[in-house]
Design a protein around this ligand. Structure first.
Ligand code: NAD
Length: 533
């Protein structure tokens, strides 16, 4: 069996993969080094984060190669943008079907290159194909031309709004959900009629290429480069930002998002930024405490805590604190990270994140916190077992900065107002959770976040119709849902004069006194009467 993707090849011998012969992804070879950065800057070495074993090597694309890729995508855009919504829908659904048909193989690759358990990989894939299908089915309804009323003074005009694709969209992705997160931009940009150049994370490049290449495999009759990748580190991403794309859709850290925004400002290239978070859960006095603890344990530890909308902080009402802590401890007591079948979650995908998590744990313990579950010894790189930190100072790193590890802080509060104020007290504003039998919506409305799950965690991310994105330093713009489709079009307003009214033209140099008298009368009639108080 072979996997053909641009710019990379994987040789036989990679452990854990279901293929018996080498999946070849054109352009590179497997070696035995465990270093993720090759000595040769032009080659990116992809490794299994659990074992350090090399999976593949990928050619790094420099600025010229990135510009060439954008030019290729612009050629493909002529065909893709010219197709009807129905034709694009069929192509996207064929792609979803291809990915679904190869779910086992793709999940195995995700398990190997990202480290997440096979079941988690499958669930990520299922959300990915769900979004492709939703975008395919809803693009026409959301983006078809709509007529608008011209207004009394322009009654001789017909007015409409058309939604045009932007052209070529550059998508830059992270490694934690290597298909689900970039797909939130890619599927919607494609459904809206754009072509896409995708720069996957340097930690999940093989996955990114498999995903992108599968579009062409599912649609061999279409031109190449409707969706294609460029591979490399940050420099390749930076080159994509300045390569003449019509929009950049970025998912990754806030620090990189700021750099991208600054670079894009040079050419006023529009941006969509999906950045970091420090999500809080509020557990009210009337919550189902056992359910809250069970969900929050998962929301904090799943994917090794490497989830932008993972639960990193909990504010629990004092009256239910002890019961909640007891339940949380019970839920996490047996949870272990590992790469073996049955492990609850995998390794830290990015080696450098291990030091960040350790620093946050140590800082929390120095600043008044106690460890209810785990502690500094839970860090056994590349794995980190769950850590629950109680009563940590609100100014500490573990409360204010994104930890991106399987840790969670818990603080008790005396009122819901205090819980809301503390939940809103970081520079981030990505998502949130609320547990309350009666006040869920009321609390959710006061949270400064792009999304809230009530009596659940992270549920909004699995509902394709709900827009996803943050406020503050969590980002700008929205993926998913109708808003996610509209991110990738430009409205084009059309005002068509249906007939002229002789002597009454207002938009004319030879405007007549009669026309102005009519305008004055009409304006007084339309807008001159204040509504009664
Ligand atoms: P990162 O910012 O280090 O890298 C993200 C991508 O940007 C990578 O492909 C990288 O090569 C590229 N890049 C790096 N420097 C660049 C530059 N100067 N110009 C252009 N591209 C550049 O982030 P990461 O470590 O891959 O991902 C983890 C972060 O992503 C976390 O902060 C997490 O919260 C965030 N995230 C957010 C969402 C969301 O939807 N809001 C989803 C997933 C992850």
């Amino acid at each position: 069996m072979s996997i053909d993707c641009p710019q990379v090849s994987v040789r036989e011998g990679a452990t854990g993969l279901p293929w018996s012969s080498p999946p070849s992804i054109s352009g590179a070879t497997l070696s035995s080094t465990t270093d993720s950065r090759s000595a040769d800057d032009s080659v990116l070495v992809s490794v299994d984060p659990s074992s350090g074993e090399v999976i593949a090597e990928h050619r790094v694309d420099d600025a010229d190669a990135v510009r060439a890729a954008v030019a290729d995508a612009r050629v493909a855009a002529r065909t893709w943008a010219g197709m009807s919504f129905a034709e694009r829908k069929r192509a996207l659904q064929r792609w979803a079907a291809y990915l679904t048909g190869h779910a086992d193989e793709f999940s195995a690759l995700m398990h190997q290159e990202n480290g997440k358990p096979l079941d988690d990989a499958f669930l990520e894939l299922s959300l990915t194909v769900g979004h492709i299908d939703w975008a395919a089915k809803h693009a026409e309804k959301t983006l078809r031309t709509r007529t608008v009323r011209p207004g009394a003074l322009m009654a001789n005009f017909a007015a409409s709004v058309e939604y045009r694709p932007l052209g070529v969209v550059g998508v830059i992705g992270p490694w934690n959900y290597p298909t689900y997160t970039p797909n939130g931009s890619i599927a919607y940009a494609l459904a809206a009629g754009n072509t896409v150049v995708f720069k996957p994370s340097e930690y999940t490049t093989t996955i990114g290429n498999y995903y992108a290449e599968s579009f062409s495999k599912a649609n061999p009759e279409l031109p190449q480069h409707i969706l294609r990748t460029v591979n490399g580190y940050g420099a390749t991403g930076a080159a994509l930002v300045t390569a003449g794309v019509d929009k950049i859709a970025f998912t990754g850290s806030t620090a990189t998002g700021k750099r991208i925004m600054a670079a894009a400002a040079e050419t006023l290239t529009p941006i969509l930024l999906e950045c970091g978070g420090k999500d809080a859960a509020i557990v009210a006095a009337d919550a189902d405490v056992a359910a809250a603890a069970r969900d929050i344990a998962w929301g904090a530890a799943a994917n090794s805590g490497q989830t932008c909308v993972g639960i990193e902080r909990v504010y629990v009402l004092a009256s239910v604190r002890e019961r909640f802590l007891d339940e949380l401890r019970k839920n996490l007591a047996q949870v272990r990270a590992g790469s073996e079948p049955g492990a609850h979650y995998g390794p830290m995908t990015m080696p450098s994140q291990v030091a960040v998590v350790r620093e946050h744990i140590e800082d929390a313990l120095k600043h008044g916190g106690t460890a209810l579950v785990g502690g500094p010894d839970s860090v056994r790189a590349p794995f980190i077992d769950p850590v629950v930190l109680v009563d940590v100072d609100e100014d500490s790193l573990a409360v204010q900065e994104e930890t991106f590890g399987p840790t969670v802080t818990v603080r008790s509060v005396d009122s819901l107002d205090e819980a809301i104020a503390l939940a809103n007290g970081t520079r981030y504003g990505l998502a949130s959770s609320v547990y309350s039998a009666r006040h869920g919506v009321e609390i959710a409305r006061q949270l400064r976040a792009g999304a809230t799950s009530i009596n659940s965690v992270i549920a909004f991310g699995a509902i394709s119709a709900l827009p996803f994105g943050g406020v503050g330093e969590s980002g700008i713009g929205r993926i998913h849902g109708e808003e996610g489709l509209r991110e990738f079009v430009r409205p084009h307003s059309i005002a068509r004069q249906r007939f002229a009214i002789p002597g009454m033209a207002l938009l004319a140099l030879d405007r007549t006194p009669a026309a102005m008298a009519m305008a004055r009368r009409a304006v007084r009639m339309l807008y001159g009467r204040a509504p009664r108080r």
